[in-house]
Design a binder for this molecule. Sequence first.
Ligand SMILES: Cc1cc2nc3c(=O)[nH]c(=O)nc-3n(C[C@H](O)[C@H](O)[C@H](O)COP(=O)(O)OP(=O)(O)OC[C@H]3O[C@@H](n4cnc5c(N)ncnc54)[C@H](O)[C@@H]3O)c2cc1C
Ligand code: FES
Ligand code: FES
Length: 1167
Amino acid sequence: MNTENEKNLVFFVNGKKITENEPDPEITLLRYLREKLKLTGTKLGCSEGGCGACTVMISKFNRETNKVQHFSANACLMPVCALHGLAVTTVEGIGSTRDRLHPVQERIAKAHGSQCGFCTPGMVMSMYALLRNSSKPSMKELEIAMQGNLCRCTGYRPIIEGYRTFTKEFGNEEVCGMGEKCCKVNGGKLVDDKLFEVSEFVPYNPSQEPIFPPELKLNDQFDKETLKFINDRDVMWFRPIELKELLKFKQEHGTAAKIVVGNTEVGVEVKFKNFDYKFLANPSQIRELNELEVTKDGLKIGAAVTLTEIENFIESKTDQNVIEKSIVEMLHWFAGSQVRNVASIGGNIVTSSPISDLNPILLAAGAKLEVQSLKDGKRIIKMDENFFTGYRKNLIKDNEILVSILIPNTNKNQHFVAYKQAKRREDDIAIVTAAFNFTFKSNTNIIEDAKIAFGGMAQTTILAIKTASLMKGKEWNRKLIEIVNQSLIDEIPLSFDAPGGNVVYRRSLTLSLFFKAFLSISQELDKSLNLNILTDRDRSGIESYQNLTPKSSQLFENVSSDQPLTDPVHRPKIHSSALQQATGEAIYCDDIPKHENELYLSLVLSTKAHAKIISIDASEALKQPGIHAFYSAKDLTKDQNYFMNEELFTSEIATNQGRILGAIVGDNQIKAQRAAKLVKVEYEDLKPVIVTLEDAIKQKSYHENSPTILVNCEIESEFQKAENIFEGKVRLGGQEHFYLETQVALAIPKDSDELEIFSSTQEPAVLQNNAAKLLRLAANKIVCRTKRLGGGFGGKQSRASLAALPVAFAAYKLKRPVRIMFDRDEDMMITGGRNPFLFEYKISFTNEGKMTALEVKAYVNAGYSLESSDLVVYKASSHITNAYNIPKVRFESHVMKTNTPSNNAFRGFGIPEAQMVSEHIIREIANILKKDYIEIMKINLFKTGDVIFYRQLLDDCHSIRCFHEIIQTSNFKERRANVEKFNSENRWKKRGISLTNVMCGVAYGAQFLNQAGVLLHVYLEGSVLVSHGAVEMGQGLNIKILQIVSTTLKLPLERIHIQETATDKVPNAPTTGASVGSDIYGGAVIEACQIILKRLAPYKEKMPNASWDDWIKVAYFDRVSLSTTGFYATPDIGPEINKPRNYFTHGSAVSEVEIDCLTGDHQVNKN
Ligand SMILES: Cc1cc2nc3c(=O)[nH]c(=O)nc-3n(C[C@H](O)[C@H](O)[C@H](O)COP(=O)(O)OP(=O)(O)OC[C@H]3O[C@@H](n4cnc5c(N)ncnc54)[C@H](O)[C@@H]3O)c2cc1C
Ligand code: FES
Ligand code: FES
């Protein structure tokens, strides 16, 4: 309902005017773009500003500067109502493969920076927004622009390589990270490092960019309108233009009124914390809240001023004081640019999060807040120890608005430093933050005044009052450190059960951050007062890490000079959909347009880790408008409800939080998710609740058939005659898959008993069978389709069924299309991840260091169900010796049951975990024998002719070659000596350098999985369509298949296409994984091509000078089939012939890492 003088919401998207007369205050720009405008190029990765997949560019006309401002923003947090008078540019608005690619789209694609492509539109738009502000940015600006964008596939290197071509530095820097040791420089004609030819890129021409909508520029009416929009749930959006209107609004609605500036707190509270706010006021047009001004008392910042505006304003000042400098330094690590571009300082203060980055600075600076209410007028509040009154609470009253913040001036005797320690430096919330403000008596090192603030150490940001007062009057010297440390320990006693965990680390950070401040300020005092507080070795503790300018190189073998230019095999071709991914034209499962009668399914999840389900009551949920059904285990027979080795809907015992108990089906996502929260579940708590591996071992909580002996060589005699024996443990944690696209599925009923399922699965054929069993249909009635995945990493194998099976059931029952896309938190709760492992080992070895026998007990946390955890341990067992020849192995597997989500297939499938064990053992042996671990490696590495402990002959082993090559190319010896020198010279920073080897067996463990099928059609005009059974998830399988077809048929790549993977094209395909896709599907497609070539042979013979198109036509009219299947089964493979692996891959790597011993912060110096 539009009430305020019937004003409409007006904004532009990609140059097109949008007028909404009833905009919904609860709708984000992302939802609006994807659902209303069908612009699905902008992706949904997290809904909370954390991944950047939804990045768009917002432009507004600044009437004061008379300039258009462009900035990147997260569409998932931007309320659509906040866009009045603004212009939005999405990835579709800047270029397309049909018309013209924008250089930012072309370069990321051609630099191989798009793999699964789900992050790519966001990357493109961050880069685009940067270029619109600075057509030749610096590498630093590039790094900042990309801070808020995550990519799970590429490791960022190729993205940066593509985008560095826009920077000032490009062309001047040494591109290859190897420097003078680059193989290219050293005359290696066989290798190349040029993936793309920069001169072939379309040059960037800023004058070609679309213009800002003149209507928004010429007319200021949009800035002057008071807006009020209300939706059918009575949620109101209010945009006043004067402060008094806002004060009135706040007076009327008190705590129910939220002031929405960046929506980076409110948006997250509404989406993930179930907060239901009815009154939202946007102060973007209120002058007092948007001003930045230098006053005689200090810097006055309007509460709605964004963090980026503050940063720019301070940076433009010629005389920044120490507090202002600290603010700018801190803002660099505050979220990513998309958040900083919209988030306000007022929002940060009023939210009062104990881990806020700015509040410690403001507290230590003694900032003053101007607040105002309609009833009581203005008042000034000092940010001191009384300001924060409890968790996310402060002295600002419910009817008050924060108008501005005054950052006080400083004097020349004042020193101010601030620190943030987070798990990851960029775009992460803090573990501990600290700010230190010390004033000295003029020309002395006597402390006159002190303020020390910490975040992350209590339920509010705190001032260490006692410690600060203890310091007053004292001399600044090394004795002070002891005094302050003891005082901080007493004053900030974080209890062991404090929320947030990491208690010991957080406690130690308070001391080490003070020590860092001590070193930093001592350096200043030494200089200005000619003191001698610091030693040279101390200096390494002063600087915190800044990101290094990335350098990289990628080398690949050149094809032989006689390979025809048209033959693409072995050439570095870009991902087959890279361009479509970069333009947003690539369609992922949730981009499929909604059907008119489509419904949405939301899962009801267990909130208990271990409990008996007494009852599930969905009656309240079913009463809600737009809710169609509730399903649970009661709607299925036992057999229907059982898939893999678990129940789909839990019937009796909730084994973990996030276990699926039921499903609500509603008109749309919002209705279904709200109703799902109304489903009442009565539980009876059960004991024990087992979370960790150690708990599970103590409780003997095993899955069936565990423990099992997986490898059983005779080791006792080796141990008896051993010169040395050592026993130890290796512990590895779990890992979240974090595919950027969460699990999605859409099921569409066809004829009465047919169903089509679109799913983001790595195994459509398995899903087809699961769905057939669930619905009691024959598999031939169900088609599963998967075009591409936004990342899989193993997590979309069986776990994809957890999304797809409920929608299949609902769609079949309700005879309507039903869709689901897990929210990021749901995905994390439901799907599990990498298995945590505990290895206990016993190794025997000679005095020289040669390993003779290894006994391993591997404990794996499988979670509530077995899933594929037993297979993961099996694979670990076969890789436990890695690249080293340990002739005798005994491996016992313990698959532990815990009350956590079921862990599952995950990149490496147990191999990296196993390799970690042998790398660890090598180093332990070296320590015991007091030898260099490089020597131990050398005498243990596999070589051709060795037999692996499971009796497979190694007939082509390159481990030793890789090992020697990496020592030479990495300059290992010299770098190692440099590391040792660095460590002896620096007290607080230490470097480490390490060499690791890997050897990986390629093949599925189960023989029957090593098979592949394809379907190949040649159309009458000569183009070729290939369908294969594997799923493209970013690994580039499709381009490899296309290359093989192109080479075999001698056809240009452009004439061959792969559309999707579907069970009606290729049946019974095994899951896509185990690094075998291109091998086995390559084999199958070669067979299909050869069948076609054989059929065409008579025509080629008859018409040798004719073209492919001619032969096809003639064959067609001669009634020859131009369609065939191809099949491949990896030959000579299987344990029974002592060849469980088809072949082995080998590799060696060197990494150099530096650590800040005071904080644990670290950086990789070189890989
Ligand atoms: C991905 C992501 C990363 C983040 N990273 C960080 C980080 O690194 N460090 C950090 O400290 N924070 C971080 N945050 C938190 C958040 O971005 C900040 O707290 C931000 O400053 C909030 O500003 P906003 O304008 O978006 O607030 P909003 O969400 O618009 O508002 C937040 C609250 O402040 C109130 N409010 C706002 N203005 C006023 C006013 N003038 N008067 C009275 N009340 C007011 C609102 O009513 C609301 O309760 C992050 C958030 C996200 C989503
Ligand atoms: S940042 Fe918006 S979807 Fe992740
Ligand atoms: S290509 Fe970046 S997430 Fe897949």
